[in-house]
Design a protein around this ligand. Sequence first.
Ligand SMILES: *Cc1c(COP(=O)(O)O)cnc(C)c1O
Length: 435
Amino acid sequence: MEPYFLSARYFDAAQNVIPGGVNSPVRACKSVGCNPVFIDRAEGSIIYDVDGNRYIDYVCSWGPMILGHGNSAVTAAIEEALKNGTSYGAPTWREVELARKIIDMVPSIEQVRLVNSGTEATMSAIRLARAYTNRKKIIKFDGCYHGHADAFLVKAGSGVVTLGIPGSPGVPEEVVGNTISLPFNDLETLKKVLELEGDQVAAVIVEPVPANMGVVLPLPDFLPTLRDWTAQNGIVLIFDEVITGFRLAPGGAQEFYDVMPDLTCLGKIIGGGLPVGAYGGRAEIMQYVAPAGPVYQAGTLSGNPLATAAGLATLEVLSRPGIYELLGNKTSLLTEALTEVAAGLEIPCHIQAIGSMFTCFFGVTGPVYNFEEVKKADTEMYGRFFRNMLEAGVYLAPSQFEAAFLSLAHGMDDMEWTVEAAEITLKEMAEAETE
Ligand SMILES: *Cc1c(COP(=O)(O)O)cnc(C)c1O
């Protein structure tokens, strides 16, 4: 039988009842030129599709599964919580425990509010920053993703300062007219904008290490300067650590780089595979949130008993000593081996990595520092790489502009096979080039 027989049939059926057949656009695999595989189950570092194909998983649910799939501590916590019901819409002690754990791990957070997704976290943090400063404008950076709330869907246009142009139909220009999107790592441009309108800016929101245009590293002075300038202008600095939180270090990118934001947005890992998000920061600002203060933000399922159980169990494992060294070492081994393979075959492919995440930028020979440079990557080549790796049993992100994630469950055998599969794949690609 054809290897993706059931997946293809399911995708056909899905397209009749779900727009595009998927519940989040990147899952459709359009940019890598194939159809998605439907997943049946997962265990450790491996996911299985409905046709029985087995893949080493480097998507890890786009980040959350840092312990691997079906971690026993997390599963046990969910099972235990399940016995007592699934939702009450009233306070539970575990919410306090999770809040305390987050505050304990993330250095700048003094108080925290739990929500259900990263999008909710960033959306709420912006509302809070606007209320706290009594200003309207926000600054973001091109290529950084902060969820799908209207205010963040701003396409980066040309010119030095990109005025707000909606990145999606359905987003009124009035809504994004207050959003300024600037090139990442570019302090000159930021300086000019702050000189002109710094006193109208409520917040600067940034992925401290962008991972939604592929992994891009901040230049050494970028985050510290961002901290200084926002403080000087009375602007709330928001780190969107939905990916980097609990990924780069127990305390996220802020711990890794020792730069403290005013507010932090969390998601993904914090739910251990169940839907959770959070935003938190200085108590003085967080006290503006209802019912302590006037800024309204609510959620029927916020602090859900199963989600908090999964999140708490995940953060407890991540608090053990040596975890991040282990994850980092594994990732270095893998990325170094992949770099060597590509270099040996003279395939242009530059890997950017930090902690346990990385991106192979195809068609690129040196570091890329912003969205303009990232866009030069060869998406055709990545598409070919993706499809061949999938056939070889390695599941990568179905887009050039995403990160690959490792988990604690990834073993030496997984990485050896990944390197071997990459060698075979890249060799074929090199031969096809020369034909
Ligand atoms: C995934 C992501 C979000 C959105 O989180 P959702 O849970 O998908 O709503 C926001 N910011 C960053 C940096 C993300 O990677």
